[in-house]
Ligand binder design. Sequence first.
Ligand SMILES: [Zn+2]
Length: 471
Amino acid sequence: MDYNELEPKIVFQYFKEISNIPHGSGNTEEISKYLMNFAKEHNLKAIYDSGRNIIIFKDGTKGFENSGPIILQGHMDMVCDKVPDCTIDMSKEGLTLCTDGEYLWADGTTLGGDDGIAVAYILAILASDDIPHPPIEAVITRDEEIGLLGAAELETSYLKGKRLINIDSEDEGIFTAGCAGAMIYTANIPIEFENSDNNTLRIEISGLNGGHSGIDIGKQRENAIKLLGKILYELSQDCKFSVCDINGGVRENVIPKQAYAVICIEDTSKLKDIVKNIKSELINTEKDLKITFSETEISKKLSKQSTEKIITFLTNTKSTALKFNNKNEVLTSLNLGVVSLADNTFRASFMIRSNLKNEKEQQSDILDELVLSLGGSFEHSASYPAWEYAENSKLRETMTAVFERLYDRTPKIETIHAGLECGIIADKINNLDAVSIGPNILEIHTPNEKLDIASTKRTWKFLIEILKELK
Ligand SMILES: [Zn+2]
């Protein structure tokens, strides 16, 4: 199938132009130039704001001159990933687009349908002269994929719109109407070492399912660090031992699959019983769980008090979904993502998420109290606000009515337990009415990413019909 035959032609034409420009996160200078140039060529006012985002303005068409503006929003950066034998240098070269008429993908690499398709739709609307629409404020942010960086610095003072359609969802037929805010919470607890000449044992947990600390936190997956904490706690009820080292997890936003502790212990029979029980409890849910022992030599161990501190900390902190709404969607969660021992400090960091405004602060207050009681200190960082679900949304009502008319079914309204740019933008614009939509894209952020072409066509029609309704 010839790419140039794909419909809607104008959308796929812009998608191709974007795909020819390398635009991975952190590498958005070229694509920004292209977008500013596009605005100039079409005689549209455009701003490159101090957050390095682009805002392009277009007047309302005939009959819509005095309508309230609509903000159309997507992000210009993409996740770059490729298969091992792919020779494309994604920082310098464009993508090789492939299609069978049903799907669009890039040969050997991510496609950047997330979120290039939003940019293509927006440019097609801005370039059109036959689509009726209210005044448009097109917001194309940078570096969404590496922490919503552009949105965080977006200069919303340039915007008059109170309605926003974000085009960064990957499921046609699902309207996202709320998202979680988040914060990274780091605890530093001082510890003391003593010399040790006993043999030491390394206990290692691996093979857990893991997952995203927001999207997968309600799925009752085991956390390797918490599991290790459970083993150490149960052991401490019957045996004397010291912790020599402890380490686990990779990042705050990932449920840890792996963790280990090195302990100094004489009799290991109790430990083996505990581990046997845990393995049989988890045999159905964590099929690939491995808990292994190996003898090692370490010349230092923690003092009795320091060992107790770590066990108290691991036993008294939660790492799970804490609150749900009536649709069983997670509202508030904690993920203990990383622990380590270094420089006489036990360091532990969490991702705290909540779809409710003040709850992440409540959770951090609870942690503060525990950390202070153990003589430690804490840091709160990378905080961003929740986009709370609004019971009443005029935009969502209008979009639902248009969707029902076109598709003959009702869209699903969802909130997600992860961060979206809508959350950050909604925090900066009072009473912003926002909805997030998008065409079907499969396996985003992987070299198998595929854009559904029929869905892209339907979503284009849907967008055009919505604009007509926004008088
Ligand atoms: Zn995206």
